[in-house]
Ligand binder design. Structure first.
Ligand code: GDP
Ligand code: ZN
Length: 338
């Protein structure tokens, strides 16, 4: 197993393999000849939490992960609950398939949201328009998706039909790692099953229970797809992704708006009522969709909100650290040992 990042890496001989499965605190690392079940080395504990897709180095006994290669891309989501600490769910994903369907579920603004997040994660989005059998005019959906997803490939498919995924397979490459995202019910499992074929059943069979006898059906894992069309990171139970730190992604997804904004008369134009606003003019002349512009503003506000929330979390952490230092200093003065 080779990847670009690996072959460029000067410490190549040290990389032991790639994480293909995550079960609580244990990881499976696929090396050259075998799969190792390993834990995270002590020295890494406060550094980075390894994730499926990571290229890692193991200790000499192949028992612990001692190093994680810098990630080419990182798919994160907000941890459960209201904490703002992001959680890495997949590393080194090349292409994310944004699955949507040709029915009422289809929504341009949601698509833009996904694209923003994916660009920012360092991966490339591809829009997969499923359920072409349900649409009277599939091309209409393709046109709408292409407008919202400027420059991204849009692939219409029918996951239920024999051969209905050929267009998707045609864009897949052997050395790439793929991930599917999308709302519930759009056909992610159906597509995954079709791409994976027999091997998913096998994989699921082996891993039905973990060492403690618990069901581990929500495991994330990396599956090598039959037919040489790459690897897929399967993340059952993954719900809609939340935006996280997606500023760069916003510029990619809305490159048309940012380009227009550069031609506004005022550099700091808010595109509200300023004279010479190129964005407003484009909307009035029908060159820019008002919905698209509104969504751009909405995502921008959301990102600012996240930034603030994160600042608050960081400040709290600082306070706690400070409180601990004070407590320790006080204890030292009192002659107590903690
Ligand atoms: P997920 O929640 O995204 O994993 O969606 P599923 O794969 O579970 O699919 C949800 C439903 O849509 C199931 O009843 C599938 O059989 C159905 N479905 C999936 N792909 C297609 C398709 O191309 N056409 C039609 N008509 N139904 C589909
Ligand atoms: Zn303007």
């Amino acid at each position: 197993m080779k990847n670009e990042q690996n072959s460029e890496n000067t410490s190549q001989e040290l990389v032991s393999g790639r994480i293909i499965c995550e079960t609580g605190t244990l990881f499976e690392v696929r090396g050259e000849d075998e799969v190792h079940r390993v834990a995270v080395g002590r020295s890494l504990l406060n550094e980075v939490r390894p994730a499926v897709g990571d290229w890692v180095t193991l200790d000499e006994n192949n028992e612990r992960i001692v190093a994680v290669e810098p990630r080419k891309s990182e798919i994160v989501r907000q941890a459960a609950g209201n904490r703002t600490k992001p959680q890495t769910i997949a590393a080194n994903v090349d292409v994310v398939f944004v699955v949507t369907s040709m029915n009422q579920e289809f929504n341009e603004s949601r698509l833009e949201r996904y694209l923003t997040m994916i660009w920012n994660a360092g991966a490339t989005p591809v829009v997969v328009l499923n359920k072409s059998d349900l649409a009277e005019d599939p091309q209409d959906f393709v046109d709408r998706a292409e407008l919202a997803a400027l420059g991204c490939p849009v692939v219409p498919v029918n996951a239920l039909e024999d051969g209905g995924l050929e267009a998707l397979r045609a864009v897949m490459e052997p050395d790439k790692t793929y991930l599917l995202v999308g709302s519930s019910g759009v056909g992610k499992s159906t597509i995954t099953n079709a791409l994976v074929g027999e091997s998913l059943q096998e994989t699921a069979g082996i891993r039905e229970d973990d060492d403690e006898g618990r069901h581990t059906t929500t495991n994330r894992r990396l599956i090598e797809l039959p037919g040489g069309i790459g690897s897929l990171i399967d993340t059952p139970g993954m719900r809609e992704l939340q935006l996280w730190d997606a500023e760069d992604g916003l510029s990619e997804t809305f490159a048309d708006i940012e380009e227009l904004a550069e031609t506004c008369k005022f550099r700091d134009c808010q595109h509200e009522s300023e004279p010479g606003c190129a964005v407003r003019r484009a909307i009035e002349e029908g060159d820019l969709d008002l919905r698209r512009f509104s969504n751009y503003l909405k995502l921008q506000r959301e990102l600012e909100f996240h930034d603030k929330k994160r600042d608050v979390a960081a400040t709290r952490a600082e306070h706690r650290k400070f409180a601990r230092v004070v407590k320790e200093a006080k204890a030292a003065k009192d002659g107590k040992v903690y």
